[in-house]
Design a protein around this ligand. Structure first.
Ligand code: HEM
Length: 456
């Protein structure tokens, strides 16, 4: 079988480059080999950034391609064997059907007030002239928001402990952790001070807290609850069987982790770029200022310039570099290469968003490009596509806009250090290569407003 071209260096060298410098590696390969190339990563993996190839791959990922669980085992230590990410086929389809409604449409929009209140709680702690770490603040907001969506109103010591242990578990995204995830043979417990030992102890504590929560719900059933945990507990499969506690726990882990880290990172990038580019900030403030005294969250959601800023943020730094792997099911041609069944293909979201033919001066932050033209779902795809398209897409989009609007209309902020910040690998996703610090200059000259939630 002839795979697309790729580097000839030994496989372990490519693997190390992939772990430590995935973005420079992809860029170098795209410059040398073009829209499609192969890297040797434990096995040969084909990368593509060609919109037609992405369309072919993502619109037929149940026909010409599969989206199997076998290639997502790197997520298992964190999320378990029953996570939406680590199941496939019919089980995957049913679980998606169950989880979609609370993260979309009217149900999702009811979180507008929660997002607004949680943001208010966090930003009201900021003090004039005192620097703060943007990512930590955004992480607290997105964690609290997803906890409320998952558990309903969620307060008290268990909620607090869950928040802090989960955050500690996720914040430790050293290269060593990535190496451990890619090489299961290294997943050894050498005691509580060792990297893996620390991880599994924290994970055990999170599991225990989630099990206590599930048990408490079983002991005190309340049919009026509409949160995601209640939904999972009530769900029955075709044979009338309920989900086991372990299945529920893995799904909760998935939503709590996938549902906050990515959005917190994207919000950090958005605040960085808005304050790095005075003209962008001015235009955005003018748009927000035009809303009147009590804008509702649905109006905020539809603002064109805010939407352009949100899109350009995820274009320039997509957070998720890649789609999950798809595997060729029937012989097919992709970008002129004949691929055999079993070939693993990854969509490089990162490279697609850097294409000069789609995004001229791609290294510049220019929200206007999203006002000047429309990009197809295979040219701009921060949430992937097809059967594994991000289930939290609408939720993340809504949350990011509401949080940004709330912050920008409340405080006048500035970057502490205006030097460039670049993306780098953070665990299995990407983030800023150094801490983005901001400082509050004053209460915003635009009147601080309460964003009203609305269920339109
Ligand atoms: C800015 C924020 C986010 C970004 C950039 C992002 C990105 C992605 C990407 C690229 C994928 C892979 C899609 C594919 O293979 O085609 C994905 C899948 C997924 N995301 Fe997100 N995501 C974000 C927020 C969220 C949120 C808020 C949640 C949960 C509430 C979430 C839950 C998931 C889950 C469960 C999957 C796996 C879906 C499946 O396998 O069927 N994500 N996300």
């Amino acid at each position: 079988m002839k795979l697309p071209h790729g580097p000839q260096s030994p496989a372990f060298v490519q693997m190390l480059q992939w772990i430590f410098r995935p973005m420079p590696l992809m860029t170098a390969c795209a410059e040398r080999y073009g829209d499609i190339f192969t890297l040797q990563l434990n096995a040969p993996v084909v990368f593509t950034s060609n919109p037609q190839a992405l369309q072919q791959m993502l619109t037929s990922d149940t026909k010409e391609f599969d989206a199997p669980k076998d290639w997502n085992t790197v997520f298992e230590p964190m999320l378990g064997k029953n996570s939406l990410i680590t199941v496939d086929g019919e089980v995957h389809r049913r679980q998606r059907q169950l989880l979609m409604p609370p993260l979309h449409g009217d149900r999702m929009r009811t979180y507008g007030q929660v997002i607004n209140d949680v943001t208010e709680q966090v930003i009201s702690q900021w003090q004039i002239d005192q620097p703060f770490c943007v990512r930590s603040a955004m992480q607290i907001i997105t964690m609290r928001v997803i906890m409320q969506a998952v558990f309903g109103l969620y307060e008290g010591p268990r909620a607090q402990e869950l928040e802090s242990v989960l955050a500690a578990m996720l914040n430790e995204s050293s290269p060593l952790r990535v190496v451990e995830l890619y090489f299961p043979a290294l997943q050894k417990d050498f005691g509580p001070r060792s990297s893996w030992g620390r991880f599994i102890r924290r994970r055990a504590r999170v599991h225990q807290l989630l099990s206590e929560e599930i048990q408490e719900r079983r002991d005190n059933p309340d049919s009026s609850r509409t949160d995601i945990l209640s939904l999972l507990m009530e769900a029955r499969d075709e044979a009338g069987e309920a989900m086991s506690d372990e299945e529920i726990r893995d799904q909760l882990m998935t939503l709590l982790t996938a549902g906050h880290e990515t959005t917190a990172t994207a919000l950090t990038w958005a605040l960085y770029w808005i304050h790095k580019s005075p003209s962008v900030r001015d235009k955005l403030l003018a748009e927000l200022d035009g809303l009147g005294d009590c804008p509702d969250t649905n109006t905020v959601f539809k603002l064109p310039y805010l939407n352009a800023v949100y899109s350009e943020t995820l274009r320039i730094h997509p957070v998720g570099m890649l789609t999950f792997p798809r595997v060729v099911r029937t012989p097919l041609s992709l970008c002129g290469y004949e691929l055999e069944p079993g070939t693993v293909v990854l969509g490089s979201i990162y490279l697609t968003h850097q294409r000069e033919d789609l995004y001229p001066q791609h290294q510049q932050f220019k929200p206007e490009r999203f006002l000047e033209r429309q990009f197809s779902a295979y040219e701009f795809l921060p949430f992937g596509g097809g059967v594994r398209r991000c289930i939290g897409m609408a939720f993340a989009q809504f949350e990011m806009k509401v949080v940004l609007a709330k912050i920008l209309t409340s405080w006048d902020l500035a970057l502490v250090d205006t030097r460039d910040v670049r993306p780098k690998r953070r665990g299995l996703v990407t983030g800023p290569d150094r801490s983005v610090q901001m400082v509050v200059k004053s209460q915003h000259q635009v009147k601080s407003r309460t964003l009203e939630s609305s269920n339109i």
